[in-house]
Structures are given as structure tokens and as C-alpha cells.
Design a protein around this ligand. Structure first.
Ligand SMILES: Nc1nc2c(ncn2[C@@H]2O[C@H](COP(=O)(O)OP(=O)(O)OP(=O)(O)O)[C@@H](O)[C@H]2O)c(=O)[nH]1
Ligand SMILES: [Mg+2]
Length: 246
């Protein structure tokens, strides 16, 4: 089973080479696509150098400016699916997502349509160093989305996920409108509406290794409103279930 890891980068110069090296050392058949938005810190150039260090295993999609997570992933999905990717992983480049979780996720994908790397099931956890308010925000954000959207899984906002090609191809990805991290909730909700089998594999979510966090109350507040818009906007899919698959 070949796995393509999609990792969007914006100013991840410190993290990216270590991440790629850790990924390619795993006992899995892994390829990497970096989607870089012309990072001011030169991440794009570092990514280009990695294509030389690991010939045939690393690719880079350069975009001219910062365009957000949504379009980075949608562009990335399109590219790797066109090129025949069988299994696609979404993963942050900042070491919040531990590459060593991938073998267990791959195992669970054998019996699922998508696997979420989950912080909120037994065995999963968030960074011990997170302050109380940040833990609370994350847990409450998840709880809120789960109750309103009636989600059966525990971690709706995780950015660490593994998709089967067929699952992605059957989802109307062009309908996804949210940017930022609600994009992740929206994608998971889409999969749920279409009645895909969603597995959860426990992860330890570490805070970013280098660089500064941007998470704020404002971001969470916008997300809270956006969740209601999702519920309203996808009621057709919710009604039609698996019949709405492409
Ligand atoms: N290509 C691209 N990548 C992005 C953009 N914004 C964030 N990223 C990357 O997406 C991943 C997740 O973003 P983070 O900045 O870590 O977001 P976060 O984990 O919610 O917040 P932190 O607490 O700052 O880590 C990282 O690999 C970022 O480098 C963007 O506009 N374009
Ligand atoms: Mg991060």
C-alpha cells in the first residue's frame, strides 16, 4: 500500500527537513507532497532541496502567496489523486502530528474509509504543556461541533487524517467553503453525511516544535458560528446519505 503524505507549509523551515526524514524512515511505502505558499522563511527552497535528497519520493507544489489551509489541501488532493495516489494523509508540518502514529492508522484504514488521528479517545491526548485554557478551548470546540452536527466520532477538529482514494473521489470537495481549521470539521462532516466508515486511532498531539502558535478566541468564535452554517448548508447530503456520494 502506497501512502502519499500531504503537508501544507507556511514558515516551517526548521521543521520540514526533520519531518520528511522521519516520514521516509518509517516501515511504510511513503511519498510526500509539500504544498508551500511562498513562505518568507524559505521553506519552499528547502522543500526543493529535499526533492534532490530523496529522489522520486518528495514533491513540492509551490503557490505564489499565502492562501490558507483549505485551498492548500484542495489543490494538493487534486494533484495527488490525478497522479494515482491510493492513500492520502493530511498532516501538519510542525511536528504536532507524530509520524510514528501512521502505521497504526494504516492498519485501521484496512477496515475504514477514513481514519482520524484522534486526541479524544482512550490512548489519545493533547500536549501536557498546554495551558488550561487551551486544553479547554480544544475540548469544548470538539464537544460543540459534535453535539450540533451530531457526529459519532470524538475528534472532529484533528488535522491528522488518512483517506482512501475512493473516499476522497466520492466526496463533493468543491463544496467545501471554510478556511482555517473549520475546514477540517467541514471535511469530516461531509464524510459523515455520506455515511463513510470513520475510524479513530489515538494520537498524542504535541504543540508545534518551532514557531509561534496563532490559536485565539477570535478564531474559535468564528468557528462556532460557522458550525451552524455547515449544519444548514449540507442538509441535502444529510438527507440523502450514501446516495449523495459522487
Ligand atoms: N500552504 C499553506 N500552509 C499553511 C497555511 N497556514 C498554515 N499552514 C500549514 O498548515 C499546518 C497547520 O498550521 P498551523 O500553523 O500549525 O496551525 P495550528 O496547528 O492550528 O496552529 P499552531 O498552534 O500555530 O501550530 C502547518 O504545517 C502550517 O505550516 C497556508 O496558508 N498555506
Ligand atoms: Mg500546528
Amino acid at each position: 500500500m502506497q501512502i502519499t503524505v500531504l503537508t501544507p507549509t507556511y514558515n516551517e523551515a526548521e521543521n520540514l527537513p526533520k519531518l520528511v526524514s522521519a516520514l521516509l524512515m518509517l516501515p511504510l511505502d511513503i511519498h510526500v507532497l509539500v504544498v508551500d505558499d511562498n513562505s518568507p522563511d524559505g521553506t519552499g527552497q528547502i522543500a526543493d532541496e529535499l526533492t534532490g535528497t530523496y529522489p522520486g519520493r518528495v514533491q513540492v507544489l509551490h503557490r505564489p502567496e499565502k492562501r490558507g489551509l483549505r485551498s492548500a489541501y484542495l489543490n494538493g488532493f487534486q494533484k495527488v489523486l490525478n497522479e494515482g495516489a491510493q492513500v492520502v494523509v493530511q498532516m501538519d508540518a510542525d511536528f504536532s502530528h507524530d509520524p510514528s502514529a501512521l502505521p497504526a492508522m494504516a492498519k485501521l484504514l484496512e477496515s475504514s474509509d477514513v481514519v482520524l488521528g484522534s486526541r479524544y479517545i482512550p490512548g489519545g491526548t493533547v500536549d501536557q504543556k498546554w495551558p488550561f485554557w487551551r486544553k479547554g478551548l480544544s475540548a469544548f470546540g470538539n464537544f460543540y461541533a459534535r453535539v450540533i452536527l451530531e457526529l459519532p466520532f470524538r475528534d472532529a477538529t484533528t488535522g491528522f487524517r488518512m483517506w482512501r482514494r475512493e473516499t476522497l473521489l466520492q466526496m463533493p470537495l468543491e463544496r467545501i467553503q471554510s478556511s482555517g481549521y473549520v475546514f477540517l470539521v467541514e471535511m469530516a462532516y461531509l464524510a459523515h453525511c455520506l455515511e463513510f466508515q470513520i475510524g479513530e486511532s489515538p494520537i498524542y498531539f504535541a504543540d508545534r516544535r518551532w514557531g509561534k502558535s496563532k490559536m485565539s478566541f477570535r478564531i474559535q468564535l468564528e468557528a462556532a458560528v460557522r458550525i451552524w452554517q455547515l449544519k444548514w448548508g449540507y442538509r441535502d447530503l444529510r438527507r440523502n446519505g450514501r446516495l449523495a456520494r459522487l
